[in-house]
Design a protein around this ligand. Sequence first.
Ligand SMILES: [Zn+2]
Ligand SMILES: [Zn+2]
Length: 315
Amino acid sequence: MRGLFCEGDSVRLRRDLEAPRPLDGEVVLRVRSVGICDTDMQLARGYMGFRGVLGHEFVGSDDAGRRYVAEINNACHRCDTCRAGRPTHCPQRTVLGIVAHDGAMADAVAVPRANLHAVPDDVDDHSAVFVEPLAAAYQILEQVRVLPGDRVAVLGDGKLGLLSAWVLRTAAERVTLIGRHAHKLALAGSAIAQRSARECADLARSFDVVVDATGSPSGFGDAITLARPRGTVVLKTTVAGAHTLSLAPLVIDELTVVGSRCGPFAKAIAALASGAVDVRPLVSEVFSLDDAEAAFACATRKGVAKVVIDVARGG
Ligand SMILES: [Zn+2]
Ligand SMILES: [Zn+2]
């Protein structure tokens, strides 16, 4: 079968891959569409030393044609962490297309049956590709109590920043997206206030909840600046490299810092089905699997939002 293979420091479309061999408890899905995200581009540059088929944001179908998305953490379901109800933190876990498990930028993928979520008819394939990152955005609301009157800021106008802003807007009336690119900020729509990152100093201490989705080492410091005393800072993106900043403001202002990763698929699917969140403005390019290498190159260009590989269309 075909698959976009990460060799550690490069990606290559291979046509000689064996069909996935499902482990115990796994099913094989035919891939319909798969998105390219920043993590994929980091993996392609050698982050985590991954070798294998990339792709963790996907929708696939079984033999009966039913469509599914799949959670990406493949837990053992036996260890103390799993039994305590934290399977996404299972120390033995593999992660689809990220850690020791082939992903979905291919004709087919094997995933644990326990990780599947059915996709309702009113969610199209290209929207379904966003269930995984949208669930990650919903994780903020699982971890932080956001009230309707809260002032919320999201730092970073990339895909996760936009998704986080839309999700937070379902809970709070005043959400501000802060970023460096006017055309990306504009994608947020009129229900979200938009400000330039250059205005951070003017906005100091004015938000109850601040989400850092910049993926940049400077994001955390800016988030601390924006939070009011006893406010909450949510770190949503990992940053390769070290931070150099003073943590004294966390103590002086008694800030709460929350790290946030994978989230509830069911809530993301419900939001897409009801139209509470519309992710379609984020799809900027669609490629076939045969053009996966070109898709990858496209995704690395500045100004591009989500690149989708439509495997079903490519035949
Ligand atoms: Zn991703
Ligand atoms: Zn476990």
